[in-house]
Design a protein around this ligand. Structure first.
Ligand code: DGY
Length: 323
């Protein structure tokens, strides 16, 4: 029987590409450039499965076609708000993602950002590299203590829980969570966490707020001027979720007028383009979407996609089906 024809849209870890090439009739990416909508439409006519990733926008224009050959979109990444699910459903396409395998590394990065923002690590590094450091002194780059403070976690799925584990058991932080559904008491008990009634109730209680909710239309600008005003004056906002969750203009205002202590972002609205006022803000730490960027997580994500592919082409329901 002919092997299923599979398209990978970007470069993947070498070990995963090698296994894909053994098991499938695979076309790998040579140039590592995101496909345009017209290229997706062509791909959907030719391939049994397309393996996109979080920077591939598969919106209405990419899915504007009849009778596609593609019946599986096996996404490399946990977030899938870049895929128009209703339209994929209308073509009978199954969509899968890669949960779990990146939770620990993304949580590690959220902690990195929290520490960097609170301890002014970005400012310090810039100072050394610019040759501006004049030596130790008691008032130099004084930051904010992290240990023992209160952390608000917005979205208490797998990544949010890994952040709670590190912050509570490693840094002795008190944990308050906001989640769209009630979190089971035994899960909260693992971190001695409380669930706030709503986001507005959580924000004024926290020294740090870390975002772990999905992106997309539902959570666009969840953090806006009104909610930034609800944060404590010295509090820090951390985002490793999706850029659109924060209204960046409102964040710039809050940083400019010192209504919060600072912020740290791994994700941006319209990335990789970064709004100039963000680049100009010294109170902001920024990383280029590195949440899952470890060799271990990136390989595991690829093998998780392979599990979904194999299940699908064996006639089973893929374990990470999202639609
Ligand atoms: C995801 O998987 O959704 C991340 O943003 C990339 O690791």
């Amino acid at each position: 029987m002919a092997k299923p024809k599979v398209l990978v849209t970007r470069r993947w870890p070498a070990a995963v590409e090698a296994q894909l090439a053994e098991k499938f009739d695979v076309v790998l990416s040579n140039n590592d450039v995101a496909l345009r909508p017209c290229e997706f439409r062509e791909a959907f006519k030719d391939f049994d499965a397309v393996l996109p990733t979080v920077t591939d926008k598969i919106g209405p224009d990419a899915l504007e076609l009849t009778n596609p050959r593609t019946k599986l979109l096996a996404n490399y990444g946990v977030g899938f708000t870049h895929i128009d699910l209703p339209r994929a459903n209308s073509h009978g396409m199954v969509v899968t993602n890669t949960p779990d395998v990146l939770s620990e590394c993304t949580a590690d990065l959220a902690m990195t950002l929290m520490l960097m923002a609170a301890r002014r690590a970005g400012e310090g590094e810039r100072e050394i590299r610019a040759g501006r450091w004049t030596g130790w002194r008691p008032t130099h780059l004084v930051g904010t203590k992290v240990s023992g403070k209160t952390l608000g976690i917005v979205g208490f799925g797998r990544i949010g829980q890994e952040v709670a584990r590190r912050a509570h058991h490693g840094f002795g932080m008190d944990i308050i969570v906001h989640n769209r559904s009630r979190v089971a008491p035994d899960i909260l008990a693992r971190f001695n966490a409380k669930q706030a009634d709503d986001l507005d109730a959580l924000l004024p209680q926290c020294d740090f707020v870390s975002l772990h909710c999905p992106g997309g239309a539902e959570n666009r600008h969840l953090i806006n001027a009104r909610r930034l005003d609800l944060m404590r004056p010295g509090a820090f906002l951390i985002n490793t979720a999706r850029g659109e969750v924060i209204n960046e203009c409102d964040l710039v205002q809050a940083l400019t007028f010192d209504t919060i202590g600072g912020a740290a972002l791994d994700v941006f609205d319209g990335e990789p383009n970064i709004a100039q006022p963000l680049l100009d803000s010294d109170r902001l730490v920024m990383l280029p979407h590195l949440g899952s960027a470890t060799a271990e997580a990136r390989e595991d994500m690829g093998f998780r996609v392979m599990n979904n592919l194999e299940a699908f082409f064996n006639g089973e329901t893929p374990p990470d089906r999202v639609n």
